[in-house]
Design a protein around this ligand. Structure first.
Ligand SMILES: [Cu+2]
Length: 140
């Protein structure tokens, strides 16, 4: 009887210690600012319509094409683009910070694409099918 009580007490202490260790790791990871939040950018209905007076090669940074058009995130965060338009669009990186990889995704209507930003800096992107559509991500 006594021995089994001691054993369960030891087990309880062990479980409590384990819980403390797990919580410490969790809060350390949070305080390290590793990001991990997800942000959503919508490709709105009608984004395929070029702006009036648009000239070839010109990017237009406007919520009509990617919304929000400029998004500020933390390094380590994710961005999910959702195509709410009636036609296919692409999310194609244009300028990226040194050392950062690019991205390129084709999204038919209703589809989404998600990527993670692990390098700080400014990223611009556009749609290769409707090249007036410009967007910007700033990771810090
Ligand atoms: Cu497009």
């Amino acid at each position: 009887m006594r021995t089994s009580l001691k054993r369960s007490a030891r087990l309880a202490i062990l479980a409590a210690a384990l819980a403390v260790i797990m919580l410490s790791i969790y809060f350390f990871a949070l305080s390290a600012g590793q990001g991990g939040r997800e942000h959503v950018v919508i490709i709105p209905s009608g984004a395929f319509i070029p702006p009036e007076g648009w000239k070839k090669g010109e990017r237009v940074y406007d919520d009509r094409y990617f919304s929000p058009n400029t998004l500020e995130i933390s390094v380590g965060d994710y961005v999910r683009w959702i195509n709410r338009d009636s036609v296919t669009h692409t999310v194609t990186s244009e300028e990226t910070p040194a050392g950062a990889g690019g991205f390129d995704s084709v999204l038919s209507p209703g589809k989404a694409f998600r990527t993670r930003f692990t390098n700080a800096g400014e990223y611009t992107y556009y749609c290769t099918i409707h090249p007036w559509q410009g967007g910007k991500i700033i990771a810090s």
